[in-house]
Design a protein around this ligand. Sequence first.
Ligand SMILES: Cc1cc2nc3c(=O)[nH]c(=O)nc-3n(C[C@H](O)[C@H](O)[C@H](O)COP(=O)(O)OP(=O)(O)OC[C@H]3O[C@@H](n4cnc5c(N)ncnc54)[C@H](O)[C@@H]3O)c2cc1C
Length: 291
Amino acid sequence: MRRFEMILPGSVKDCVQALAQHGAAAKLVAGGTDLLPQLKNHLLKPGVVIDLSGVAPLQQLTQDKAGLRIGAAVTARALERDARLQAGAWRGLAESGALVGSVQVRHLATVGGNICNAAPSADMIPPLLALDAQALITGPLGDRRVPLSDFITGVRKTVLGAGEMLVELIVPDPGPQSGGAYLRHTPRRELDIAVVGVGSQVTLANGVCKKARIALAAVAPTPVHATAAERALEGQALTAQKIEEAAQLAVEAARPISDQRGSAEFRRHLVRVLTRRTLTTALARANGAQA
Ligand SMILES: Cc1cc2nc3c(=O)[nH]c(=O)nc-3n(C[C@H](O)[C@H](O)[C@H](O)COP(=O)(O)OP(=O)(O)OC[C@H]3O[C@@H](n4cnc5c(N)ncnc54)[C@H](O)[C@@H]3O)c2cc1C
């Protein structure tokens, strides 16, 4: 690996200063589980690496009436283990954290790193999209908020401009009678990336679906919402038939490629199956199921 200077800022303000000072030569590192392999393989050659591990506010996960605030450096393991995320509305977040890598990887891998690395298969993104999360970004011109659905613009591309960094995810509370779920398919049980991932969230009122969100991973250059499927569920009683219709519509939102890990046809099949399963589980959780 090429030698680089390491900077250990103690605050977000110091991070922004360091980014401004070193410009394009600098790279942020959180857990390093994506960045380090890229450095070792000479895909990136930063002169300066700015380590976020000493910036305490980035590691905080807080909850108030408005919802959750998840610091960019909160780890997958923290999502997996946080007792607040074991409740129906937030379960998809905990499930996505629990699927990342191995337990060692999860202690390092952060939500912000997963999002900013912008891999199509990133596991922690679909449940956040299904919860309509917003990204709080800071940089030389101050703070700005971007819907997470607009944050990723292509494979390994984001809206982050020069000198900007992700600070936290703001996840609105979906309210009572809401349930979420995340599932992915991998050929191996662990240490594999998603061939397809699906995060679903449903919120009920008066026996019908008030709001539905379905987000798909690894079927397009960026994670995508299955918008037509969401619309087909809203205002409806969620019967098995409605869920099956939505699962079919979700397939139409996918633009999968064929590669060594699965054909486009297999991925479309997985979208249908995983959408049906996550919607069914999300519905049960919205109705109070603990499992
Ligand atoms: C063995 C192994 C297994 C894995 N399994 C999975 C898996 O199952 N599912 C999955 O989704 N991923 C998996 N990954 C990928 C990786 O662990 C995750 O994407 C992880 O969440 C990245 O977080 P990190 O903190 O390690 O990111 P880092 O490597 O520290 O950073 C990744 C990128 O994001 C940038 N960055 C980090 N934080 C910020 C910030 N706050 N603002 C702006 N830019 C930032 C960095 O500059 C870098 O470009 C695996 C990786 C390994 C090595």
